[in-house]
Design a binder for this molecule. Structure first.
Ligand code: HEC
Length: 478
């Protein structure tokens, strides 16, 4: 065979290689555009060729999003970088920046060693050494954990079960009397949270995807909040504290239920409902989805909620423009409320949630569609709030909690974030609504759904089939 034909064959093989196919499928439109317009000069993996690498964190003209967008839009024609502003719409230039960030992160993953803890092995981190040991095994997709007292906890599983854990021992049978739960796709049983005065009144709150039939008999569901007391292995005295109007329920199963609950320091109950895949609903205050809500502990609507005077609005709404808030945490020192939102491809957010404000979804976002097409080139807009921080590429944040215990003094008042896709436990230091520092404490023990500070000062991490306890390593004898 002559040379050109050999090369053709090799080229064909490369195109047909499954890995290459998978890569295209995963990265979609934006990757194709990069291959067509940029790869010639910047290299097929962004590694650099006659033009600089985009993986090395060296930026000649600024490495923040706006500078990179400007470099692409206006180019450096006298140095051989064309201006792309006329050829590529603004929205897609934004998608290109996200793509560059993703590729850099992928390249970096191969180089950086993250902690992967094992039972009884000390793991080091910036401020504290720790150890991650299995506390309770034999679970299936545990979603939330609540300590009712130092010896008794409740754990929920996405598939609709909850179990008591007494002195670290999982009950043989699930709690009886739980409501029927929609568990298709992302639907399930979500948060469990005790009343702040649980020791006196015994109330425990649950969030779940509540299944119903619509007027045509088709299955629909939406996040509902109930409370009850636990007695003799059952949930009794059940009361609904929040339930949307039937016409606001959406086709059962599907995506984005939210489902987190948190009490603030005044005792108000906050909870989240994701937009259920209906982006525009997040901007519509006559609908409950895509919102953070605020009610009294018994379900009454507080008289000072932001939209109570608007007869069309859902009176329980506290803030809107949220995509899928899967985490909700109250700062122990300031009482501020933070939500963690699972974004689209890129654009996961931490927001400081304030009364009546609009957090912008789906009008503004730092992410793009999963297929690599653009969602919006707007990352900010008058009248819409900016996140405290965002992640591009996505880590898929889920539950989060601030730490206020005694075992890790340097971690006090810092936010611990569970991530699904990136399988990371992150530590975020936030001060005055600004991100000050961030660290990946460990990685790759599986998807993490929640992280809870226990009454013993340890940090409990909900992994795919177990709850692990993160605590200081046992003191070494000297
Ligand atoms: C014909 C070659 C060529 C093509 C095609 C090309 N670039 Fe460039 N690009 C360059 C050169 C050369 C530079 C460095 C300019 C300089 O030295 O200031 C550059 C610089 C850049 C920078 C700034 C880098 C920095 O360090 O600040 C970005 C971002 C960039 N290119 C993105 C792209 C994107 C996205 C595409 C495709 C849409 C693209 N380029 C296509 C040649 C090219």
């Amino acid at each position: 065979m002559n040379r050109p034909r050999l090369r053709l064959l090799a080229g064909l093989l490369a195109v047909l290689a499954p890995a290459a196919l998978a890569q295209t499928a995963r990265t979609g439109t934006v990757a194709k555009r990069y291959a067509e317009l940029c790869a010639n000069c910047h290299g097929d993996k962004l590694q650099g060729a006659q033009a600089p690498s985009m993986l090395d964190d060296v930026w000649l003209a600024g490495g923040d999003d706006a500078s990179i967008e400007k470099s692409i839009r206006t180019g450096f024609p006298d140095k051989g970088m064309p201006a792309w502003g006329n050829a590529i719409p603004d929205k897609e230039i934004r998608a290109m920046v996200i793509f560059i960030r993703e590729q850099r992160d992928l390249a970096r993953r191969g180089q950086v060693q993250f902690n992967k803890p094992a039972d009884a092995v000390t793991t080091r981190s910036q401020l504290h050494d720790f150890q991650v040991d299995t506390w309770v095994g034999g679970l299936k997709e545990p979603y939330s954990l609540a300590f009712l007292n130092p010896d008794l906890a409740v754990v929920t599983e996405k598939r609709g079960h909850a179990f008591l854990i007494e002195k670290g021992k999982l009950a043989a049978r699930p709690l009886l009397g739980l409501p029927v739960v929609d568990t298709a796709s992302q639907a399930g049983l979500y948060d469990v949270v005790p009343h702040p005065d649980h020791a006196r009144n015994g109330w425990v709150y649950l969030a779940f995807a509540d299944p119903k039939k619509d007027a045509d008999g088709k299955p629909v569901s939406l996040t509902r909040i109930i409370r009850g007391r636990i007695k003799d292995g059952a949930l009794i005295d059940q009361e609904t504290v929040y339930q949307a109007r039937p016409e606001h329920y959406i086709k059962a199963g599907g995506v984005h239920f939210g489902g987190r609950i948190a009490f603030d320091r005044q005792g108000f109950l906050f909870f989240t409902i994701g937009e259920r895949g209906q982006g525009p609903h997040a901007q519509d205050i006559t609908r409950p989805n895509g919102k953070v809500h605020r009610i009294h502990d018994d379900g009454r609507v507080p008289a000072d909620n932001p939209f109570v005077k608007n007869p069309e609005a859902c009176a329980t709404i506290w803030s809107y423009g949220h995509r899928n808030p899967q985490g909700l945490a109250v700062h122990p020192a300031t009482g501020e409320i933070y939500d963690l939102e699972h974004g689209p491809r890129g654009g996961d957010e931490v927001n400081l949630v304030r009364k009546g404000l609009n957090y912008g979804w789906p009008i503004i976002s730092y992410g793009m569609n999963y297929d690599g097409t653009t969602l919006t080139d707007l990352t900010s807009k008058e009248g819409m709030e900016q996140p405290v921080t965002y992640w591009v590429p996505s880590i898929a944040p889920c539950g989060a909690n601030f730490y206020a215990g005694d075992l890790f003094p340097k971690w006090r008042n810092q936010l611990f974030v569970a991530s699904l896709a990136a399988q990371e436990l992150r530590r975020l230091e936030i001060s005055g609504g600004k991100l000050v520092a961030q660290e990946v404490l460990f990685k790759e023990l599986g998807r993490i759904r929640h992280v809870v500070a226990g009454p013993d000062g340890a940090i409990y991490v909900l992994l795919p089939e177990r709850v692990a306890r993160l605590a200081p390593p046992p003191a070494t004898k000297s």
